[in-house]
Structures are given as structure tokens and as C-alpha cells.
Design a protein around this ligand. Sequence first.
Ligand code: AHR
Length: 690
Amino acid sequence: MRCVTGLKPGLPAEPGGRRELHVIMTTCLSIKWRRGLLALSLAMTVGAIAAEGELPRIKVDAAKAGASVNPMMWGLFFEDINFGADGGLHAQMIKNGAFEFANPAMGWRSMDASGQAPVIHSNTPIYSVSPRYLVLRKAGAVVNEGFRGMGVRAGESYQFSLYGRTVESGASSALRVELVGDNGAVLATARLANFSSQWTKHSAVLKSTGTDTKARLRLALEEEREVHLDHISLIPQRTWTGQANMLRADLVQLLADMKPGFLRFPGGCIVEGRTLPLRYQWKNTIGPVDQRPLLINRWNDEFKHRPAPDYFQTFSLGFFEYFLLCEDIGAEPLPILNCGMACQFNSGELAPLDQLDPYIQDALDLIEFANGDASTAWGSKRAAMGHAKPFGLEVLGIGNEQWGPRYIERYAAFARVLKARHPGIKLISSAGPAPADDKFRFLWPKLRDLKADIVDEHCYANPGWFFDNASRYDSYDRNGPKVFMGEYAAQSVKVVSPENRNTLECALAEAAYMTGLERNADVVVMSAYAPLLAHVDAWQWTPNLIWFDNLRSVATANYYVQQLFSRNRGDTVLPLVLEGLNSGANGARPLLYASSVREAKTGEVIIKVVNPGAEAITARVEIAGQAATETTTRAGEITVLTGQDLQAENTLDNPRAVFPARQRLEMRGDSFTFSFAPRSLSVLRAPMGR
Ligand code: AHR
């Protein structure tokens, strides 16, 4: 009789600080499973323990290698929605620092007694691409409100800069620069002087004496002069230390901690724009940051229930920075380009087929920018930006969430050229906004006929859909295009409801679904939760993977699900059978969802098990196909993600309501008994017996 499952406290916490799960050792000695205790200190109820022979079984065959798991299987979807870029990932704290928003004074307030709006001119700008600048006169003062405030910490330093000039030749004008707390207290001061009649860059360091998420920046002219100011910038000195400059360290760390296989950018609907002139154009997002033309963000007024009139794209985070970010966090770059179609939920404007060349040229140029050597036109631009080494782009998206015959025509035109010139680049095509509607049913056969590489499916649906579709890909055609589950998230209320929350129930529904993605890794080659980031005071869409304010960030339960799958990706699918775990009732859902992979580098078998129910389920886990004898002892580990109830969610103030706990797992022989906690995702790592 083989069987010892010991769970001992003791593994050191993972990076990011996982809490310990205290488990009382359970020993299954011989013959019969002892009716006994398996106590988990996380208030997990232990279900009724049956005699060993009656226990449900999770059977894995470690000797029967299945499909390979794509290294890009679990990735990140980034879109500048919910203030994800400006006011989010990018650390710039000044909103509208170049005065180019539609309302040029937006974000700025005059401190004049007159109460008049700040004065903006555009007669003799520094750059024609951003013609407007601020005019401060006669001891005037202005305040910038930041992105729903500015986050500052006591003792930390902030790099301030602007371009300035004075119109009164020879006059020395001085400008007081202050960080001001929400309560009006001055937290830091600097003084800029010696403005000349030429536009000149001035800078200073502001060291804050206080911590505040809602600080502001005040600029006050000390004398009765006139100065012109532009490109006003305030960035923490402590940012992400990688080469992707000026990014918020805490947010990038969360992305890196997921060990993502890829990063999709820049969206999302933002790729499409509401009209074609408002589409995302990558060439406008590279080069000197001050000279990137501003564009309205399409989420600015998309939802009447969540208007964001101050939402614009400065492109401070542009394509070059996205590529650098991918390198920093070890993710493959996955850019998505406009295919000559504006958002079909908005204007649906089309570039005529005979005028598609510039769009296709953008794709060709992007490939050269990413992969060309320094002798090529676009490769040399990348090299001049400081990155001589190619980025190694392998996958490219043609259009975001498009549908209909007009999309098929445009995708085909792109594919014809790109496949001829770059046969090694895999193209992503769209299956529309929903996973089973008429649009979807129209697109799939057409894309199959076109021999598309990878089809991007999207799904925002209630948790039930995800549980019910865990076997969706079991019956997919093995000879057609591969699948990219490119956007998905369980919605606790309904799609685009502002009431949606990142509940444990949603996270477990996604986890159950992901066991189906993993089991079908021969068909599903990539996937990503969407959207990624959301500012708690400035979001348009919910739920999201990571929430943040101006100082803090919180990983949701959904994030931890993604992280557990990604960090336990393995490389080969193993067959897994559940016995005695189907409730048996008509159409009722299974009691557990599970999948298994093998990881070559560690020689471990990884088993992921989702128990969405309210009771613990004790099951016998059998790993066949290894050279284990009854006396073979091995130490593995198990990580359990759970929370108090299905509505549990992580917030900035309570970030660990749903949090993974890691524990050592000792086993002898090739099977063991384990009690899967209620409402949990468990990830077991078992070394192969030798
Ligand atoms: O993730 C939010 C939006 O949902 C994306 O921009 C779009 O592709 C989808 O409709």
C-alpha cells in the first residue's frame, strides 16, 4: 500500500510574500484510509472522508506525454483603458503638461484672485506638433491636479522639469515650484530662475516631507513678469529600474511577477479608434516624448455612466517602451495593429481596399523596426533609440475585435503581403467580440479557409459560462487554425456593468476554464485576461486584473489565478482523468475541474485542481507512469488560493482576502490523498519518483 501525504509548514515565502498554510500531517499508513482528520487552519472544512476505495480519484499518467504547452500560453493583455498608461503604468504625475488636451487648460487651475482660467498661447512654440504653452503673468500661479491627484511619499524625491522663457529681455524671473498636500500643506519647494528669451529646459528635484495620494503641483511666479512654460513634467526618481524608463515600479513588478509568456499591446479597442483618424498609429508613438502628437483616448466618453473627459493619450508609453517592457519582464511582444477598420461598436469606418497599402506598410515597417538590423531604415531608428539588438517579434495581430466580410477582406490583404515577406511571423486574426454569436460563426470558417495561423477569441460572460465551457476546446478541430483566447474575464453582474467585481467566484470560474485551455494546449496556444489595469478613481471598465491608486496597487483574485497558471506552465500536457467527481445529475457541473502538465526542467508533475463548491473534497491523486515504489519518498509542494466566501475580493485596504498559500508536500509511492479546500484553486507540484 502506497500512501503518505504529509503537508508540513516550512517552505520559505515566495517573492511577493505568500502566507503559510498550516496543515496537520496526514498519514495514510496501510490497507484502509483512516477516518481521521485533515485540518487546515484557513477554516477549510474537511468533507466527509470515505474509505480509500470509495474516494474520488484524480488519475494522471506521467508516462503519456500529450501536447506541448506553448511558452506563450499565459500572457498579459495591456490596453490604455482605465488610465492604464497615462496616470497608470507611466509614472508621469502631471496631467496635460503640454497643454494639448482639447481644452488646453484642462487639469490646470489658476490661483489668480480673478479666478480666470489659465492663459494658453500658441504663437511661437517649441515644437509645432505641440504648439500650446502656458503664459504666467504678474505673480500669477497655477495648480496641476495630476491624475485624480498625485501620489507622493515622505522622503522620496521627484524629478521636476519644464521648458520656459521670458518675454522681457534681461529680466530675471523666478518661479516657485511646490508640491502641495490635499490639506494645503506645502510638502516640497524648489525655485527656478534665470529664464531667458529662448525656450530652455529647467529642472529641479522636489523631496516630499509628507505622504499623500492626492497631492498637487503649484507653480507661482515670484515677480511681476511674464513667463511662458511648456512640457511640464514631474516623475518620481524611484521608478521601474529596467530599461523601460519612467514606469511605475509597483505595477511593473506585478506584471513581472506573473512571468507572462507575452504582452499584448496597445489593446483592445484603442487600436481601432472611434474613427480611422483617431486610430492608434505606432509611428506617432516613438521618438522624443515631447514630440509625440497627442490623441484623444477612445475611452474618454465611451460610457455615459463613466465619463472621463480628461482622458488623452500622450504616448509617453509608446511602442519602443512597450518592446522594452516586454524584454524587462521576459514576455514576448505581441503588437496589435489597425487593419483599416475603425471600431465597429462606433463608426465602423473603413479604409477602402484599394487604399489599404499605408496600413499594410505600417505592419511591414513595424516588423522591420522590431527585427531589422541597423542597416534597415526602421531597424536603424530602433538602433538610434539605443537598442541595436532586434526585439525578436514573432507574432502580430491584424485588427483587434473585428468582424464581418469587410474584416475578412482586409485580413486577407494583410496576410497576402505579410506571409510573402515574413513567412515566419504568425498572424493573429479576430473572431469578433463574443465566443459563439453569428459574427463568430461567420468568421471561423472563413479564417479556416484562409489558413489563418491563430484566431483571437474574446469572451466576457458570467461565471457560469466559464464553468460550463471548461470543455469547450475538447471538440475543436485539431487541423485548423490555433486559438488565442485573447480577452476574457468572468463578469459578476454583466458585461460593462459598473457593478462588476473581481470576486473569488469569478476567479475560480476562470481557473476552471483555464484547466480546459491547458488540457487543449494543442489547440489553444495563447490566452490573456482583460483588461489589465485600472485606476480606482478613473476607471471606465470593470472587472480588471490589477487595481491601483496613485501610490498603491492590488492584485485581484483573478491575478493570482493567472499567476498560478503562468508560473506553473510546465511544457507537456499529461492525460488526467477524474473518477467519481461528476455529480451525475443531469447537466450538473463537475465537482472538480483539473488539468496536469509535466515540467522538464524540474522533472515535476504539476496538477491544477479547482474546487468551486462549499465543501472540501477529499480525493486520491494517483500519478501513474513513474518509477515510484512504496518506499520512494518525495517532497513536493502545494499552493492553495482561496478566500472566506465566493464574494471575497482583494482591495487596496485588504489586499490579501484571496491570497495563495504555499505548503510543502511529502509523499511516498505514486499516490496520495488530499483534501481540496472549498472555493479553491490548488496547484500541486510533485517530483517524479525515481
Ligand atoms: O477589454 C476591454 C475591451 O473589450 C477591449 O478594448 C475590446 O477589445 C473588448 O471589447
